[in-house]
Design a protein around this ligand. Sequence first.
Ligand code: PEP
Ligand code: MN
Length: 237
Amino acid sequence: GPCSIESEEQITYCAQRVKAAGASLLRGGAFKPRTSPYSFQGMRSEGLDLLKLARRATGSPIVTEIMNTEHLPLFENVDLIQVGARNMQNFELLKAVGRQKKPVLLKRGLANTLEEFVMSAEYIMAEGNENVILCERGIRTFETSMRNTLDLAGVVMLHKMTHLPVIVDPSHATGDYKYVQSMAIAAVAAGADGLEIEVHDNPQCAWSDGAQCLKPDKFAETIAMCRKVAAAIGREM
Ligand code: PEP
Ligand code: MN
C-alpha cells in the first residue's frame, strides 16, 4: 500500500488494486516517522479509521506503524503492528508490543547489525509475543547512489540465526521506483518470506515517499514476476 494514508478514496482504491494483484495484507502509514518536523506527519488516528474502511471494503488485513507506547490502544483493531526502522531499539516500545497479542512486523534499523536486529525481536518475544516478522529494509553504508543498501545476504543469514519469517522492503531499500521490481525479484530468489512494497496510484502527488512508490500496474507485474521466481525455487507466493 501507500507510504501514507491520504484519503478514503486513495487508500480504498489502493487496497482494491493491491489485493487484485495478489497482496495478502494492506499497509498504509498513519503515524509517520519523518526526518523533518515540517514534513507531513501522517493522518494519525483519522488515518487508522480510513485504513479500517479500506479493510472493510476489501477484506484485506491491515498493517500500520506504531511510534509510541501511548498509542497502543489505538492499534487494538490493527491486524499486524509495524515497528519501524527508527524504533528498532526503542526497547520500551518493543516490550509493550511484546505484552499484547497482535503479531509484530519489526523493521531493521538504519545502522543496526543482524545481531542487534535479532535481539530486538527477542525483546518482543521475551514478553510473550512470539509472532514476530523481521523486515530487511536496507541499511546505511558509504554508498550514496540509492537511499539505502539492501542487505540480501542478511536475509539468508537471518534465516540461519532465527526461526522467524523474514520479509524484504525493496521500496525503502532503494528509494527509487526504478529499482524496486528488480530488488523484489532478487529478494524472493534470496529466500524472503514476503515483501513490503509501497504502491500509489499517483506517485508524483504522494504525500510521502512518492519517488519509490510503484503504480498499481507495475506492482501487479512485479508480483507476477516474483511468483515465477518463487515457483522456480520450489516456493509458492
Ligand atoms: C515505512 O514503512 O513507511 C517506513 C517509514 O519504513 P522504515 O521504518 O523502514 O523507514
Ligand atoms: Mn515510506
